[in-house]
Design a protein around this ligand. Structure first.
Ligand code: GLP
Length: 356
């Protein structure tokens, strides 16, 4: 079975495929649909798929010029099923076996709502119940702790939003092509990101391996990255972890810090960089291990920080900022001796049927 690291290394190839085939994957799927009345988007996803949606959300909302929100499928199905008439409903389940997503799609369709389901497994329970399936443009990820699938979901969601925005003339063809060109540039630079991230992980691993708790703080598109940091650290490293939004962290969670925490700040070089710098000024006084991963670079970068060297729109940074987070989780899980190929708790799904 391929590892998390193997899949991270496949990301440039998968990005190239989606960018070469976006017409068949997405543009043609929405061509026949009347998208003129859509006035908001709701994305239903859980775990890494929800994190990916948070990474894509700021760009989606900007280019579509409408509210985009993310809902937990179980809460939506059981308590929030009052979807507005003109909502574009998108359900995501990479593997296609998530019980809560299957139930939600069934309930939405039964109440007359069209749902577009994004998945990589076309024979899965999620795909089988869905009336409108969108394929992610990559093979099914064998490794249950996904990395490439999460990143491809971000790219897919961005292209879906760009497609509808262009169709509805919210973006000119020139603007649409400029976005695509920028996505291609990021894909081309991905091997360099992977190299920088691998070297950084190898250098910092002896320190990170001592961490009892690992926290990720991000804002904007990097909020999705911080959530994914929490998911992967919890699932693969199996130590305590938080993934917070910058201001959310400042409104309480900071009170729970301890000097031996490890904190990774995710800096997309965006509009809240000064706020993040102030938080780091405070954290530096109280916490021993503060790291920053920069999308591009910074003058106040410290020796143990990581620069990914990509100058781009902050709204696109979730496409590559998770690479070091995934590689760190993978290396730490190996250091901790976890076997990610076999379930840690084989009785879990037997009892709960959380994956069907
Ligand atoms: N532990 C896994 C997560 O790692 C995964 O992200 C989530 C969603 O999976 P999917 O996108 O296939 O629905 O399911 C499980 O809970």
């Amino acid at each position: 079975m391929k590892s998390i690291e193997d899949y991270v290394k496949l990301e440039p190839q998968y990005y190239r495929y989606v960018l070469a085939n976006y017409q068949e994957l997405f543009v043609q799927k929405f061509a026949e649909l009347d998208t003129s009345k859509i006035d908001n988007v709701v994305i239903y996803a859980t775990g890494s798929s929800a994190n990916a949606a948070y990474g894509a959300l700021p760009l989606m909302s900007k280019v579509l010029g409408m509210p985009v929100q993310i809902e937990e499928p179980s809460i939506a199905e059981n308590y929030l099923l009052k979807v507005k008439q003109n909502t574009l409903c998108i359900a995501i389940s990479q593997g296609g076996h998530s019980y809560s997503v299957v139930k939600l799609i069934e309930r939405l369709q039964a109440t007359g709502h069209a749902v577009f389901t994004l998945t990589s497994e076309l024979t899965s329970p999620v795909a089988r119940v869905s009336q409108n399936v969108l394929t992610m443009g990559m093979p099914v990820e064998e490794m249950p702790y996904v990395s490439a699938g999460y990143s491809i979901e971000i790219l897919d969601l961005m292209i879906i939003a760009l497609t509808i925005a262009q169709k509805e003339q919210r973006l000119t063809t020139k603007e649409f092509n400029q976005y695509l060109a920028e996505l291609r540039t990021i894909a081309q630079n991905l091997p360099d990101v992977i190299r920088r991230a691998s070297e950084w992980v190898a250098r910092q691993l002896p320190s990170f391996v001592t961490a009892k708790r690992l926290m990720f703080i991000g804002y904007g598109a990097a909020y999705g990255v911080s959530r994914e940091g929490e998911t992967k650290t919890t699932e693969a490293v199996r130590i305590s972890s938080w993934g917070k939004e910058l201001e959310e962290y400042m409104h309480g969670p900071y009170l729970g810090l301890t000097a031996d925490d490890f904190i990774i700040c995710l800096e997309p070089n965006g509009k809240l960089q000064k706020r993040a710098d102030l938080l780091k000024q405070f954290l530096d006084k109280h916490v021993n291990n503060i790291y920053t991963i920069y999308a591009n670079d910074a003058r106040n970068k410290q020796g143990h920080d990581l620069s990914l060297g990509i100058e781009t729109d902050e709204l696109l940074t979730a496409l590559f900022m998770t690479v070091p987070v995934h590689l760190l989780a993978y290396s730490l899980s190996k250091e901790h001796g976890h076997d990610l190929q076999h379930s840690a708790y084989p009785d879990f799904d037997e009892i709960t049927s959380s994956k069907i």
